[in-house]
Design a protein around this ligand. Sequence first.
Ligand code: PLP
Length: 391
Amino acid sequence: MQGIKFADSLSRLGTESAFVVLARAQALAAEGEDIINLGIGQPDFTTPEHIVEAAIKALRDGHHGYTPANGIPALREAVAADLHRRHVVEVNPDNVVVVPGGKPTMFFAVLMFGQPGAEIMYPNPGFPIYESVINFSGAKAVPIALEEKNGFAFSAESILAKITDRTRLIILNSPANPTGGVTPKAEIDRLVAGLAEHPHVAVMSDEIYSNMLYGGRGHVSLLQYPEIRDRLIMLDGWSKTYAMTGWRLGYAVWPDSCVAHVTRLCINDHSCVNAAAQYAGIAALEGPQDEARAMVTEFDARRQVIVRGLNNLPGVTCTDAAGAFYAFPNISGTGMSAQQAQDKFLDEAGVATVAGTSFGAWGEGYVRFSYANSTENIEEALRRISSLLQG
Ligand code: PLP
């Protein structure tokens, strides 16, 4: 039978399993099951009130039309000032491009550098969209293995050893999803020094969790390395820091050579981010930071509960998750695969988690627990899994 014929590239596009788990958990909850969701990667807080008010005011003030494709100037200036405050770096607002969330920057960066014959390196286990869009572009996806013994930090030496003439882009992510790993400054120093030998390689540093660090750690931004600023794309946004995942607001700092290309991708794709969200973004950066800070303090308290609790489970060990809001325990001592553990935790304990393999092949033997849920629910989830594993 003749039917519509899809492009081959569509079969190479992956997905983000956290959304599949979320749908399954919601379906079970709708059937009356008592489900604790530790699967989804979004803060369980609401957006601070003054940010919501700024969006409402923008709409009332008549900001209903298109904005410049790269974002309204006042927002790009606020981003540059925020980056100066947090990372002590100079950023020209003309290099800031505002997009609908964190994801579009990674898609555009990969579209800009990926094609058949090219190689793009990405963290594995890592945010699943990296590998998905690299495959979609036709480029070869080359994994950067992140190992528990290194605190899930990347090894500069192993990245540098894998660079070839075909390497176009290296994707980095610290603090990391799904591991909570944070790469130490010394390792970043070594990578940047080594990149001097490979001037044909661009870097995309996903720093969306840069505000979520624990145990007194400070964030090291790739923006702090002037020697690679002419080939660095630094991704950040509002989703995690200000509990704004549904607003769809993010940005990246792009090198001069990329700005016109990415702006054209924006014009082709979405024209601009909705105006009200952009005004909310200004209020977030320029307004009081106490709620954002309180959120991090709360995540830190929960992190300690979950890491300790996971380490008390039979067959489970968990490294200290230094950033983001994920714990990534090693469950290989339970005898289950990552997928079996995900299924059993949901079906038999009513706890939604995400199998490590959803983040790449190097995630086998691990399960991601998001602690963007109340301490009470986290403790109950740990109790349920404990009796499941002991039963
Ligand atoms: N980068 C990483 C590492 C993430 O974990 C996520 C979301 O989970 C994103 C980017 C995407 O963020 P956004 O929801 O703003 O598109």
